[in-house]
Write a new protein. Sequence first.
Length: 94
Amino acid sequence: MAEESNVLYEKLIYDNQDKFYQLRLVANEFKGRQYIHIRKYFQTYEGDYQASLEGVSMEASISNILSLLEGLIELVSKEEATAIINKYFSERLK
């Protein structure tokens, strides 16, 4: 993956310490457009994490972000976690 010099946001969303990789949610700008990525990062021998080519990217339009959010909410709502989700988001939206 090319150098991400225009990173606007980055959040660790999964850390597999046994297999030495992470998944990160990253927003960046490229050629005047903003993109969001869920990318796999591998740990180097030096202990740093480096982005791999594994992952997905899409333009960070409101429509795309809302569709992704809607899909995630649908997945979670099928589980028995509705009360936890409601609590989590109600605390953050205050």
